[in-house]
Write a protein that binds this ligand. Structure first.
Ligand SMILES: [Zn+2]
Length: 123
């Protein structure tokens, strides 16, 4: 019954507030820079406590896997001024991000083996 919906707003997604940062980054592929710009993540290579991130605009840097890092906080609170022009973050990705929410007691933490709560419709 829902197969007519195609380019509509994506379904809302909920993640745990305390979601592991790298797991979240792998999923949403967005990096908030200190300048307040959202970059598209091209690759993320995790070594456990650190991860090496390469953005689409060619920047490579290492981040620490902390749930309380600035990046995690900014992503949760959706603090950003705009998106990186060079990264050209696609519209659909921004739309998806705009309907992604972080909650304390509800949502997926995307842990291995964990299943997402049943959604009311497929993404
Ligand atoms: Zn960029």
């Amino acid at each position: 019954m829902n197969d007519v919906k195609k380019e509509k707003t994506p379904a809302r997604t909920f993640y745990r507030k305390r979601i592991v940062l790298f797991v979240l980054l792998e999923k949403i592929k967005i990096w908030p820079s200190r300048q307040g710009l959202l970059h598209g993540i091209k690759t993320i290579v995790s070594t456990g406590t650190h991860a090496c991130i390469t953005t689409h605009c060619g920047k490579t840097f290492t981040v620490t896997n902390s749930k309380n890092s600035r990046a995690a906080r900014w992503l949760r609170n959706k603090w950003y001024k705009g998106t990186c022009a060079a990264c050209a973050v696609p519209d659909w990705k921004m739309k998806k991000y705009s309907v992604t929410f972080f909650k304390n007691g509800y949502g997926s933490d995307l842990r291995e083996g964990a299943r997402r709560p049943p959604a009311d419709r497929q993404e």
